[in-house]
Ligand binder design. Structure first.
Ligand code: PLP
Length: 406
């Protein structure tokens, strides 16, 4: 399929280019001392991850350990409650082992570490979701695991800190600056620059310098590949629209990559939080501008000094001031439409899916559900496939405390 001059039949092979660019976005803006390390990972990715042995081992892991393929569920009661005849479906990444899509790329990254002969994986975490997924993968492969986390986040995310420790990870407290995600990223990168001979850095989304946006997309593409096949066999046709929430953008890229070459409308949903004022949301593609942070060029929210702006979302997995470079590219191209839902709409959707379908979604995923419901109200007929990126157990206490039972 051609779209605005791009041939989507060969898109996934051609993008990013060999320097990691999706059009003008992406690249690798990194310190001198990290360049050799990134080059090593890029070369290993192209040789090892494309080998039949690696692919077959990862397939077995996905089936026997992760529990894939995850199903697609038809949301009959929720669809009926909307009343336009539009049918909603969810891809159940909440049923992926450890409760979200993040394990898809963590198992790939840790398997690559094993093939490269590394002894340790290093990462940062904010809310702790990426740390838990990586600690799970490290335990499976018998790798050491250092997770850098700000002191403030360590206090806020006690259950995830406990999970990481039980899984055998070393949670390294970062006490610099505001003691949150940004400082944890800096500390993890610094540790990686020191230890790259024995360790590999594992990023948590389609972010960071080349090759990570490509590598994480490719590991997450299992979502879209499965979903396309499952939806066709369930309904005999493709969905009219596909929806996913976008923080860094990994669950969305995994889903979208399966449908880019199809006549399917694709929607990425960003958190509008408390409203459109800077600082009240994390809708970087909607309100941001071009800029470089954390090693890549993309669209980001900036403060008055041009630095990454403070952001807010009720979903801690979505409060990042930028998005992966591929989303910026697909945004400018118009192939994917990016829109927003606010906190209130999100919590309504959280309860709607719980009450009408018996599925408690993560607050991140509830953004996609909220948008799917809105979309279904504007469509006369057809079907919408929503990526349910994770389960909501981690969010239950918070929702009850802040919003009460609805
Ligand atoms: C981390 C997380 C997200 C956001 O990350 P993406 O890279 O944008 O997918 C979304 N949903 C859940 C359940 C998460 O844990």
């Amino acid at each position: 399929m051609q779209y605005n001059g791009i041939d989507f039949t060969t898109y996934l092979k051609n993008y990013p280019d060999k320097n990691g660019y999706f059009g003008k976005y992406g690249g690798a803006y990194i310190a001198e001392e990290l360049q050799a390390a990134m080059k090593e990972i890029t070369e290993a990715y192209y040789t090892i991850c494309k080998s039949a042995k690696f692919i077959s081992e990862l397939r077995t892991i996905r089936r026997d350990f992760q529990g894939r393929p995850t199903p697609i569920s038809h949301l009959e009661r929720l669809s009926n409650s909307i009343g336009t005849g539009v049918q909603l479906y969810v891809k159940r990444e909440d049923l992926n082992h450890s409760g979200a899509h993040k394990l898809n790329h963590c198992m790939g990254e840790a398997l690559l570490a094993k093939y490269m002969g590394k002894k340790k994986v290093i990462a940062e975490t904010g809310a702790g979701q990426h740390g838990v997924a990586l600690a799970t993968a490290a335990a499976y492969f018998g790798l050491e695991c250092d997770i850098y986390m700000g002191s403030v986040d360590i206090k806020k995310q006690a259950p995830n800190v406990a999970r990481m420790k039980i899984l055998g990870a070393n949670v390294v407290e970062v006490t610099e600056g505001l003691q949150t995600l940004k400082e944890a990223v800096d500390a993890a990168f610094a540790a990686y620059a020191r230890e790259y001979k024995d360790a590999i850095y594992c990023i948590g989304s389609v972010l960071g310098p080349h090759p990570f946006p490509m590598m994480v997309r490719d590991f997450q593409s299992v979502i879209g590949i499965e979903a396309r096949e499952q939806f066709l066999s369930m309904t005999g046709e493709l969905p009219d629209a596909v929806v996913a929430c976008v923080g860094g953008g990994s669950n969305a890229m995994g889903m979208f990559s399966g449908f880019l070459n199809d006549p399917v409308e694709i929607y990425g949903v960003e958190p509008l939080g408390r409203g459109p004022k800077l600082g009240d949301h994390a809708a970087s593609l909607k309100y941001g501008e071009e800029g470089i942070m954390h090693g890549f060029n993309s669209i980001m929210l900036k403060d008055e000094n041009g630095e990454p702006a403070p952001v807010y979302s009720v979903a801690s997995g979505l409060d990042y001031p930028s998005s992966g470079p591929e989303h910026a590219f697909l945004h400018d191209l118009g192939r994917v439409k990016y829109d927003v839902v606010d906190d209130e709409e999100t919590i309504d959707a959280f309860y709607a899916l719980s009450r009408l379908e018996g599925i408690i979604p993560a607050i991140e995923s509830s953004h996609a559900v909220a948008y799917g419901i809105k979309l279904a109200k504007t469509m006369g007929k057809g079907s919408v496939l929503i990526n349910l990126s994770g389960r909501g157990d981690k969010d239950m206490d918070y929702v009850i405390e802040k919003y009460g039972i609805r």
